[in-house]
Design a protein around this ligand. Structure first.
Ligand SMILES: C[S@@+](CC[C@H](N)C(=O)[O-])C[C@H]1O[C@@H](n2cnc3c(N)ncnc32)[C@H](O)[C@@H]1O
Length: 203
């Protein structure tokens, strides 16, 4: 299958599909973290029409997630509403791409009302990764992902009695930019499940 992984700089989903023999490519405005030759460094809207069988997209959630909503009415960021509408518009361009199979992921947030409720919400811990991060999936012509290895995420309880996922707590120590990058990387278990269940091994 010809697979385009949109808005991916880590190469995680691209490589999961390539390992199974698919002609998978990633695309992001920035360079690929693994310096792969199978990466378009450009606006994904420019490569959407290159004849893909499957599009998997991870559009930015800065203006769409529930966690970002608290900034919407902050006067220090006057155009936050406009930015959110642009983010919805970008999501819809991906959703309406002329590709047979499409999966778009984003955290729980504004898209559930601006577009519709997701087909599925998955968690890394359903696919063997020690972390909680509710991830919505909007699907076209694809089955729901079936959990592959359900585990219990490790918790850290602070001296004040607050409970956090170990994964989340540990990333808090990172500088802001690096933290965002680490937290937005697709988890390996979810990437592998996408490749196995939506692609399968090419014989
Ligand atoms: C939330 S991050 C997703 C990271 C992804 N899960 C990964 O493992 O690499 C969103 C990404 O979208 C990219 N992006 C934003 N606008 C884009 C566009 N028009 N075309 C391609 N990539 C874009 C950003 O550079 C960023 O890397």
């Amino acid at each position: 299958m010809k697979v385009l992984v949109a808005c991916e700089e880590s190469g995680t989903v691209r490589e999961a599909f390539r390992k199974l023999g698919h002609d998978a490519w990633s695309c992001d405005l920035v360079a690929s973290r693994d310096a792969s030759p199978y990466h378009y460094m450009q606006d994904v809207l420019e490569v959407l029409s290159l004849g893909w069988d499957l599009l998997i997209a991870h559009p930015p959630c800065t203006y769409l997630s529930n966690s970002g909503a608290r900034w919407l009415h902050d006067t220090r960021y006057p155009n936050r509403m406009g930015d959110r509408e642009k983010a919805v518009d970008f999501f819809m361009k991906l959703r309406n791409a002329s590709v047979d199979k499409i999966a778009i992921e984003n955290p729980v947030g504004h898209l559930s009302t601006a577009y519709r409720k997701p087909d599925q919400v998955v968690q890394p811990w359903m696919f063997g990764d020690d972390a909680s991060k509710g991830t919505c999936l909007w699907l076209k012509n694809l089955p729901l992902l079936v959990p592959t290895n359900i585990i219990s995420p490790t918790k850290i309880v602070t001296s004040k009695g607050k409970s956090f996922d170990k994964w989340w707590y540990e990333t808090c120590k990172l500088p802001l930019k690096e933290r965002a990058k680490v937290r937005s990387k697709t988890f390996q278990g979810i990437a592998d499940a996408m490749a196995e269940q939506w692609g399968g091994k090419v014989e």
